[in-house]
Each structure stands twice: as structure tokens, then as C-alpha cells.
Design a protein around this ligand. Sequence first.
Ligand code: T1G
Length: 703
Amino acid sequence: MADVVHYERDGAVGVITVDNPPVNALSVEVRAGLVDALARGLADAGAAALVILGAGRTFIAGADIREFGKPLTPPDLNEVIGRIEASPKPVIAALHGTALGGGLEVALGCHYRGAVVSAQVGFPEVKLGLLPGAGGTQRLPRLIGVEPALEIIVRGDPVPALKAHALGIVDEIVPGDLRAGAVEFAARVAAEKRPLRKIGASDEKLLAARSNPAVFETFRTGIERQARGYLAPFKCIEAVQAAVTLPFDAGLRRERELFVECLLSPQSRAQIHAFFAEREATKIPDVPKDTPVRLIKTAAVIGAGTMGGGIAMNFANAGIPVTVVEATAEALDRGLAVVRKNYAATAEKGRLSPAEMERRTALIRGTLDFQAVADADVVVEAVFEDMGVKKEVFAKLDRTCTAGAILATNTSTLDVDEIASATARPGSVIGTHFFSPANVMRLLEIVRGARTAKETIATAAELARRIGKVWVLAGNCDGFIGNRMLAGYLREAEFLVEEGATPAQVDRVIYDFGFPMGPFAMSDLAGLDVGWRIRKGKAHRRPKDLRDSPVADRLCEQGRFGQKTGAGWYRYEKGSRTPIPDPEVEALVAASAKEQGLTRRAVGDEEILARCLYPLVNEGARILEEGIALRPSDIDVIYLHGYGFPRYRGGPMFWADTLGLKRVYEEIAAYHRTHGRHWQPAPLLRTLAEQGQSFRDFKGTGA
Ligand code: T1G
């Protein structure tokens, strides 16, 4: 067994240290090591008490997720925790970093818990489609009460040490050195002969819920919207309910049944895939982790429109001073007013203190003077989506900024190489495609041009991490990854409506699949004019011979841009965002269908789902073949974080794998026969299907 748990005596206290980098996950070696070290501590006559702590940057951060799906090798975590709780000597957990999942469960098996103020505890299992499976759902409610326990278990968010202390999860906040403080605390517990608190043995905190079982229904109703379609949150509630209705041991057994139900669900596999995919996306084969990065102390944004203002907020939120340049005072004032309104809205929700709001607002400096960006370490251009305008801005930036400055474009579709060609520093030019609203959406597509230097990519990646973005590297093509795939999704949705479906039917099918909204509601929210301008733009590079439905353009020609004009694919009552089907749109669609010589028909939900989502998969396969995306899971990360693809389905490529690529390929090939060139199957999809493989077998060709 690897030596991942150590035991040594420190005065009258036995110290058990888990040393399993990077996060002290509870691998089988750690579980066995804990059993051995505990036995040594109990046999050590000189040890009056024991401390368990983690080496490195954190306490135990949970079970080893990589072990899931493999046969469970004893000792089971419940057994390890049961031994700790049954110890005749006091056992103290010393927490730093993140005591999460099984880590917090181990800590709850201890008799007392000490933590440094920077520590966090939590049960993130629900975000993996699971639930705490080693007593967490049975012990936490017994320690802090049912309602606070439900909040922690069902939402899965980390709890800072001070709040954990206030709740009673942490007994002492340890100032200074954790190990010394924990050893002192343990010695004190022993000297004072404090009781060996076995959480599992006490029901006192359950009595309120036992006499008011409605608390569970109330909680269930409270999460219904946010947890729509997910399994685990509701299984978490069932497990906590078992703590109230069953004796402890029976509750543990019920928890295990519910845990296994979640573990075996496709939803958990999808969410564990997403967890690792987000981390895999930060690995760029030809830009290693030790690539030098430039120090970013100050930033600038050109353009204070919706995107520019949101981008500026990202820098201010990370404490990076940012200068925002606009061409006119009116545009600048309008843009900065939107920024202030956004901050005020967050503060009103209690998610930002007034002082913090002032601090962040003060970091954003507006100006009409282009020279103000001269010393910025990074400049993000967020001007009008027009190649000529962008090249003019980049030429000016090239003349104005210091030699080391990075020049980033927020273009959502235009050619990054052509933009770079307007400068003498193509190595320092990169695409940073923020998603709107930029101060809310976590996704960032980092687009490498043909001549973008590795240092520029590494610096952009580090900056993305600093501003809290989930970033994915994309090659340079029309629409990069996300929007390029979206084109087929929107095109087919519009064809389906021409052929006989209604916008509301298509939206319902996509909503029921798990998206927050369907294509037509999304288009009305984003604004139909965005796509309209791109289609009309000189620089867009979509193949000319692929017909699109003319309906969206006709809506725009009538000024129906969506919510912003009170009508688009739907109509909207004044002040309302609720989409209302509009007979005018039906008539427009019918006219377009007539022009195409189409006989409208009833369209089934299954066909709608396939024809909207398969284009994502097919284009995703092309994007992989061309090396625009490094790996299929990168594409999944983009759709999970940028387009609302339901996390419990893992993303378009993972979802296609769950269907089986043979079936997906055959259905796409059939649509190709009936609907023409749009449906040409991607060669990679055909190859994988014919070889009986999945996207997860594809090792990429490098972006
Ligand atoms: N198991 C295996 N590997 C893990 C891991 C885990 N629990 N947590 C992290 N890693 C890997 C990760 O893939 C990455 O690998 C490296 O560690 C650094 O992670 C029985 C059933 C702890 C907050 O869900 O939230 O306990 O990419 O980049 O940003 O009831 O990792 O370097 O090869 O994320 O500093 C519950 C998951 C498990 C916690 C640190 N626990 N981890 O964040 O580093 S289920 C979790 C995190 C469970 C019990 C149940 C974060 C972190 P690589 P990182 P970080």
C-alpha cells in the first residue's frame, strides 16, 4: 500500500496525517491507512487524544472520484468513520483548505472539529449527481438541525469556517498554525475529560423536523425550479428525511441505497464527466503549464456597450484596474451607467456589500482618450462586429500600447488572423470571446490565431482563471466552437417551423430536454438583429450555397428583434418577458413555406429533438476533425457553460455517446438523404460509428 497516511506522537497527542496529493482524496490506500493509523494511535499508551489532518493545501476533499464505477475495495468509508466514532480516545479533525464530501464525513465521525478561518467545509456530492454516501446525510442534521443540513447537502455549496462554526459544525477556529493549534485543542479535550461526542448517537436536533415533516415538502417545492430534471437533489432530501424517520443504522442503510441509485444513474456519470472535462479543458498539449505568463496588473476595454461594460466588470471583480474607452461621452456615460446598475442590482440581492460595490466601481475608469490605454497590460476590444472597424482599432492599439501588451478581440465570429494582420504584433493578438452577459456567464472561448504566441495563450488562460472564467481553447474559424455549432441548431429549428411545427412546440421540446429555454425564446432574448447583422455582414464566412430559412430575416425587416422590441418570434406584453405565440409569425411562416413549395405537416417531438441537437453533434465532429477543438469534452464544457445544455446530460458529445454513435450517424445519414447538404455526416462521426467507437475514444488532432 502506498504510504499516504502517517502516524506520529506530538506530546500527549497522536497525529494522523493524510498525505495523498493533490487533494488528499479518500483512495483505498487512504482508507486503509486511516484504519491502520487509528489502530496505532489507540495502541499508543502515550497518546491521550488523536488528531487527523491533511498534508499540503487541504484536508480530505472527498472520496476519490476516479474510483467510482470500479468495484469498491474495502475498507468502506462508512467502516473507517465508524471506527473513528467508536474510538475510546477523543479524535479531533483539524481542517484547512476544503473539507468536502467524504472529507467532511470523516470529520463528522470525529468527536470534535477545529479549523483555520480560511477553511471551507461542504457536501458537493449533489453537483456530481450523488449524495453524501458515508453518513453525511445522517450525521449533519443530527449536528446542526434539518433545515441548515438540507441547505448544505442539497445545494452543495462550500461553507466558510466562520459560518460552519456558527452552525456548530466546527467547534474551534484555530488561530495561527493549524497542527499546533489542533494538538493543543486535542490535549485540552483529553485533559478536561470532555465527552466523546458521537453525533450518530444523538437525535435531539431532529425532533423539530420529526414533529413537522412538512419541512421536507417545503424544501422540495423551494428547489423545484432550479433543480428541474435533476435526480440527486431530491434523493438528498429523501436521505435526510430517513435520518428523521429511521434509527441511525437503518438511516445509514437507506442512505447507501439512495447513494447507489444516484451512482448508477446516467445523470451522475454525466456530471462526473463534466467535473473532469472542466479540468481537462485547461490542459493545452503544446502550451505546457510552465509556459511563462506576462504579469497583468492593469487592463483596458475598447467599447462600453453591453459586452464592453460586462467585460470591464470581470476585471474590476478580480481587483484589476480597468480603463474603458468610448468614442462619445454619451456612449461612455450610458455604458458606465449600465455597469453601476448591474452592481446595484447585485448589492440589492445582498450578494455585494455597498463598500465592495464602491471598491469595484472605483476600479473602472471611463475615458474618451484612446491614449489612456497606452500602459495597459491587456486590452480587450469590444467594438461593433465589423471587420473594418476592428482592424482600425487594432492598428491604433498597436501604435499606442507598450510592446508587451496583449491585444484581445471579443469578436464572436470574425477572423482573428485578419484582425491580427492589422498589427505588427500578431503573436500578442488573441481572441477572448466572452458570452453575454459577460459579467454573469462563466464561459470564455480563448481563440488562438495562427501566429498567437504560446506565452500569449498561457497569459490569457491565467487571466481567465483570475477572473473566474471557465475557459476553453478554440482554433480560429467562423463562429469558433459554440456559435459555429449553434448555426445548425437554429437553422433546423427554423426549418421545422416552416415544415409545420410551431415555435412554442420546438421550445417546449428543448425545454423539456433540460435547456433553460428553446431556440426561439433564446433568439428573442439575445435579439434577432445580432444574427441578422452577421448574415448580412461582408466578413461572415458561412457557405453561400446552404439555404437558411428567410423567416428570421423577414422578422427583422419588420423590426421584430425580439424582447427588446416587444416582438420577435413571439410577442410580449409591455413590461413582460413572457413569450406569447403570435398569429402574425404563423402567417409569415406559412407564407415562407408556400414560397418553398412546402406542404406543412404535424411534426413529432422526437424529430424536433433530433433535428435540433444532432447538428450540434455533427458540427462538433467536424470541429474535432479540423482541430478547432482539442477534445470532445472541451465541446461539452462550452455547451454546459455557454448554452445551457443540461449538466445532467453531460454536453452534446457525451450525450451522443450515451445514445451510441452508430444510431446518431444512421439518423444523420437518413436526414442527409431527405434534407440535403446541411446534413452531410461528418467523416469522423462516420468513422467512429463504423468502428463501434465513441467520442471519448477520440484523442484529438490539437487546436
Ligand atoms: N477525486 C479525485 N480527483 C480529484 C478530486 C476527487 N475528489 N478532487 C479533485 N481532484 C483532482 C482534479 O481532477 C485535479 O486533477 C486535481 O485534483 C486538482 O483539482 C463518499 C461520494 C477540492 C475544491 O466533489 O471541488 O466524497 O486535473 O483543479 O481548483 O460521500 O478539486 O490535476 O489531474 O479542482 O484547487 C466529493 C471535488 C467527492 C470535491 C480543489 N468531493 N474537487 O480545487 O483543484 S464524492 C468533491 C473539488 C464523495 C462521499 C462522496 C476541487 C477542490 P488534475 P482542481 P482546485
